[in-house]
Design a protein around this ligand. Structure first.
Ligand code: NAP
Length: 262
């Protein structure tokens, strides 16, 4: 079962690092226009470097790992090359039907992975109408590197900001938390804050309680921690979070429109 992967950037690297040693990658072929990133990554994770797109015949799957703005160029470069392949696209912002249209193909599965797949702790959302029958196979593969969840396309679209952008949102909060103190060096404080994030992550994964109950375990009535939380609630931290997410959704629509117009 041949897999051609187009694009060798950060997300493809995280997926392949996660799959390395967990799945048979001997029939995976990695391509990038520069050639450099694909050659380097292919060596690192033990897949085949594909220098020329004509060098591989009849792949079962073609994965798309470029940016949404690069899809039209990619479509030009593969025109008529992989007629019977099922496409698997990790692109944000562009709908399944728009991608089928741009690529001129019949079957496409949308996947939305996140960076923690690198350590087999990721989440991959999947949706497809055109390749519904093939969805399970891809879902099974991604379940090796974390939670693999089949959803409707509108759910994948909305939850991309939670699951795929999510790691960056937690890092930003953690950075701000570390910067709220003065002891030790900035780097040492960041190290402590990252450790708190990692430890809390283990608690969140192991503990089946709801987040509110977990907050209650750390706080005590009229104590110091609840004072911090109450002040944040008075300052409407929740509204700040929602405001950022709305800006992200707006940007997603802008990217979609600009691709359609170009
Ligand atoms: N980063 C994340 O956390 C994340 C999460 C979920 C989904 N995604 C999605 O994953 C995709 C890639 O994101 P990224 O962060 O990995 O980007 P990236 O690091 O910039 O990688 C983009 C890759 O696409 C390749 N590329 C560009 N034009 C191409 C073409 N015409 N044909 C084939 N390959 C082409 C580039 O090749 P060169 O190396 O030769 O320049 C590069 O290897 C995006 O669509 C994004 O929406 C990313």
């Amino acid at each position: 079962m041949k897999v051609v992967i187009l694009g060798a950037g950060k997300m493809v690297e995280a997926i392949l690092q996660g799959l390395k040693n967990e799945a048979d990658l001997s029939q995976f072929y990695l391509f990038s226009p520069s050639g450099k990133s694909a050659e380097l990554l292919a060596k690192k994770v033990g897949v085949n470097f594909l220098k020329n797109l004509d060098d591989v015949k009849d792949p079962t799957w073609v994965w798309i790992g470029c940016k949404p703005q690069q899809l039209k160029n990619l479509a030009e470069s593969i025109k008529g090359k992989f007629p019977s392949a099922v496409f698997v696209s990790m692109l944000a912002a562009l709908s399944e039907s728009a991608q089928l249209d741009i690529l001129g193909v019949n079957k496409l599965i949308r996947i939305m992975p996140n960076m923690p797949v690198k350590y087999k702790k990721g989440i991959t959302l999947l949706s497809s109408v055109s390749a519904h029958e093939e969805l399970k196979q891809i879902s099974n593969l991604f379940s090796v590197i974390g939670l693999s969840k089949e959803v409707k396309e509108e759910e994948l679209e909305e939850l991309t900001l939670l699951t795929s952008s999510g790691p960056a949102l937690f890092y930003e909060f953690t950075k701000n938390l570390a910067m709220s103190f003065t002891s030790l060096t900035e780097l040492e404080r960041e190290g402590l804050a990252k450790m708190v994030l990692a430890g809390s992550g283990v608690c969140a994964q192991t503990n089946s309680e709801e987040l509110n109950d977990m907050i209650n375990e750390v706080t005590s009535k009229a104590g110091v921690t609840i004072e911090v939380l109450d002040e944040w609630r008075r300052l409407k931290l929740g509204d700040l979070v929602i405001g950022g997410i709305l800006a992200g959704k707006k940007r997603s629509a802008e990217i979609r429109d600009s691709i359609h117009r170009s």
